[in-house]
Design a protein around this ligand. Structure first.
Ligand SMILES: Nc1ncnc2c1ncn2[C@@H]1O[C@H](COP(=O)(O)OP(=O)(O)OP(=O)(O)O)[C@@H](O)[C@H]1O
Ligand SMILES: [Mg+2]
Length: 248
């Protein structure tokens, strides 16, 4: 399988007045097309920063991101915007829905922004809302939805363009276990049935256990990975063993 996403010696420093924060300290990660990768590590270890750089939302201090064969550093802002819009779906840690739009309109937003005719996609929008369990909530605005429901709208929105790559930051973080399991199932199926590539940050070993591979970060570095994950119960145990061993 070919790599759809690669980072090489990726570094990110944030300058906070006198203080320099090393958020990423040389990350090399290659993600194969159709692969499901989970990213784990303690708070502040650089997981969100990595996801943002991989999706071209922010630029590295050094090193490189190659997305679908294109080096992001070689693209101008407009080109990056188009790659992002067409090929990447984001689920953010703090879901940012537009408050004045309904659930269905929020899901449709990436299509609208890309100049698509929404009426041609109403079946897909309805299907996605059903899949995330919000078939009865399509007309609700974000402030009429619970936090978990808003998160599910954000996931439907990330999938609506059928992007090659889905970058999801704690997509089940705010969900009860039943909704969380439904979301994980949806992501797993996006991978298995549509060949989409998923990179998902999570703190939850059970969520990570559905991935094909789990990478562990600490202090801005990848320090371990578990590949060829097998049965889910065994995988959860393996992940917990690594977390204990590395004291993450
Ligand atoms: N915009 C920013 N300006 C300055 N420092 C930042 C900024 N964003 C992140 N950092 C710092 O970079 C480091 C990595 O942050 P990041 O958000 O990537 O961590 P994380 O692994 O996603 O943590 P969490 O699990 O809490 O979401 C942290 O020390 C954080 O304080
Ligand atoms: Mg984060």
């Amino acid at each position: 399988m070919s790599d759809i996403l690669q980072t090489s010696d990726l570094r990110k420093q944030y300058q906070m007045g006198e203080v320099t924060v090393d958020a990423l300290c040389g990350v090399d990660l290659a993600v194969r097309r159709g692969e499901f990768v989970a990213v784990m590590g303690p708070s502040g270890s650089g997981k969100s920063t990595l996801l943002h750089l991989m999706g071209g939302l922010d630029s590295p201090s050094d090193g490189e991101v190659t997305l679908a064969g294109r080096r992001l550093a070689h693209l101008d802002d407009d080109q990056i915007t188009i790659v992002r819009r067409r090929q990447v779906g984001f689920v953010f840690q703090f879901f940012n829905l537009l408050p004045t739009l309904t659930a269905a309109e929020n899901v449709a937003l990436p299509l609208l922004i890309d100049g698509k005719r929404i009426d041609r996609y109403s079946a897909r929008i309805d299907e996605l809302l059903e899949l995330v369990g919000l078939g009865q909530r399509r007309g609700h605005k974000p402030d009429q939805l619970s936090g978990g429901e808003q998160q599910r709208v954000a996931i439907a929105r990330a999938l609506v363009t059928e992007p090659d790559i889905v970058l999801a930051d704690e997509p089940t973080g705010n969900l009860d276990s039943k909704s969380g399991a439904a979301i994980l199932d949806l992501l797993r199926r996006a991978c298995d049935e549509k060949g989409q590539t998923i990179v998902m940050v999570t703190h939850d070993p059970r969520a990570a256990s559905i991935a094909d591979r789990v990478v562990f970060m600490r202090d801005g570095r990848l320090i371990r990975q578990l590949d060829n994950m097998g049965r889910q119960d065994e995988s959860v145990q393996l992940i917990m063993d690594v977390i204990a061993e590395l004291e993450l």
